[in-house]
Structure formats: C-alpha cells, structure tokens
Design a binder for this molecule. Sequence first.
Ligand code: SAM
Length: 345
Amino acid sequence: MVAASLHTSSPVIPDARLTDSHGRVIHDLRVSITDRCNYKCVYCRTGEAGAQYPELAIEEYLRLIRLFVGLGITKVRLTGGEPLLRRGLPDLLRELAAMRTLWGEPLDLAVTTNGHLLDSLAEPLKAAGLNRITVSMDAVDAATFERITRIPGSFTAVLGGIRAARRAGLTPLKVNCVLLRGFNDDQIEGFAHFARQEDVVVRFIEFMPLEEGRLWTPQIVVPMREIVERITRVLPLLELPPREASETARRYGFADGRGEIGIIAPVTQAFCGACSRLRLTSDGKIRTCLFSQVEHDLYGRMRNGAGDEELREYIFQTVQQKEARHHIGEPGFLKPSRSMVHIGG
Ligand code: SAM
C-alpha cells in the first residue's frame, strides 16, 4: 500500500509505518557520515588503511535522511568511522533537529563516537540539537585502553569527553564496551564500578565477526551469561524490564538502586526478530543488516537524477529485502564485504 501511494503526486501514506516483509516496523536509521577514524582499535582495524569509501556532502545526507523520515523513521543515529571527525556535523544536527517525523514530533537524534574529540564538541553538539550520545570505551584501565586504541593519551581524552558530555546535558549517557576474551575481559568488574562512579550506563557488547582482520572465533566472544555472573559476584544485579520491544540491550540495575548496566548480545542472544534498523553507509548505500551480502545504491540513483518519489519507492522496495536474521557461527557464514568501521557501527 505504501508503495502504491508513492506513485501519486502527493503521496498519502495509509499506515505511515515502514514495515518489512517479516512484519518488523523499521523506525531506526543509522547513518555513517565518514568511514575515517582517528583510532585503530586492534579488534576493528588492521591499522593500515584510512577511508575506503567516499563521503557525501552534508546536504546530500540531509536529502537522503529526509526521504527515510518521510517513510516513518523516527530515530537517527549518526556514526562512522568517527563522526566527530566530520566537518559540518553541528550543521547537520541543526537541520535534523528541525525535521519532524510523520507524526509531527522531533527526531530522536543520537551520535555514536569514540569520544576523543568530545571534550570541546559536547556543548556545540548539544546546542545544535543532539539529544543523546553513546561513547565507545573498551577499558577502564588507561594502559589497556591505549593498547587497544593504539593512540597515546586516548584514555584521558575519552574520560574528559564523557565528563564534558554529562556537563552538556547529553544524558542518559551510554558507554559501550566490546569485550574480547584475552584482550579486555579483565575490565568487566572495573566497568561496573565505573558506571556508578561516572553516572553512565555501561553496555557490554559481544564481539561480532565484522573486523578488518581475522580475529573472530566463537571462543573470543564473552557471552552475556558470564558477564552477568561476574558482575553479580562483586555488585549484585537485578534484571530490568525492556522499555520497548526493539531494545537491543538487556538491562540490569544494581541491587542497591544506584546505577545500571546493559548487555547487547547479538551472538549468544540474537535479537533479529525485533530489529527495527536500517543503515546508510558514508557513500550512500542502504544496508538492511550488518551482515548483508548486498548493498543498495540509493545515492547512485539520486546522483543519476531520480526524484524523491522514485527514491522513496526504492527505499520501500529495499526494506522488503531485509534479511530475517544473521547467521553468525553457523556453517557457511560469510562475513560482509565491509567491516564495521566502513559500514557504520
Ligand atoms: N567511531 C565511533 C565509535 O567508536 O563509537 C563509531 C563507529 S564504531 C565502528 C561503533 C562501535 O562498533 C564501537 O563501539 C566499536 O567498539 C564497535 N565495534 C567495532 N567492531 C565491532 C565488532 N566486530 N563487534 C562488535 N562491535 C564492534
């Protein structure tokens, strides 16, 4: 029905919700605005290559995002690469903050960053209209952190960025930590204390086979159950109810009521059945799953002169091809052609 309405001169969207062929409502768009990164995290990058894909102009991202919002997207997360490297980020946020969803509401605007440049950017980003920020941080011990990022001084910079984000009111502040056995799994308990000391929600993420190199094995993944057991031994946890069906993190509160952690377990507790996400790469391709084997060249069509209705129709048709689920750990699993940093995490 939505597709049919897109052929009319003034589209009327009957059930204004973008739904895929598996009945999942798609309302969450992640947009990579650069695949450059100023960190070389050992589990993500080989450390040799910078940008591999072109970036679009800020106005081009805006035009594409507007199309998605016109189809029912309500949440936009800007990511990368490292989005804070992208000149024009505050302008992009200002324009996004002025957009309205199909229901007349402001967009839910978030950014995922490594936090290295956040100390000076937190205030301007908040002023531009950013609602929330997620900072990636894989160790609470400075030496371990710098070994992972391969950037001297990174721990001090990121801690300063987290504190600046809190001062700027970019709350609730989330800190995401990817755990790898033998690299940083000794940080789990330290992160539980860090969550309380710094008043942040720490979310542990299971490592997925999306690295540039060949590091992933099932054994390197630190499963959700182990994380909960280990934290509970030092600080008892209580599971909290999900706030929405598509929430990726299982939430746990500390039993004394002070602080919260989350666990995102795409490997051991896949949540594909509730996936509400689409991704747009820095060069304007739609990815319907992190593990898609195909990309859909939205920007190519725009560059070739397609009008908004044709592009919306293309998005709608692309969404119908969204995969039912990923196949991590199954025989015949194929890594996608792009790694996480080039898809947009
Ligand atoms: N530079 C930004 C940052 O550091 O948050 C945004 C891009 S980064 C690719 C987004 C997130 O993906 C980071 O939290 C990073 O730790 C995570 N990530 C990278 N490779 C991953 C993998 N193979 N499995 C799970 N998470 C991964």
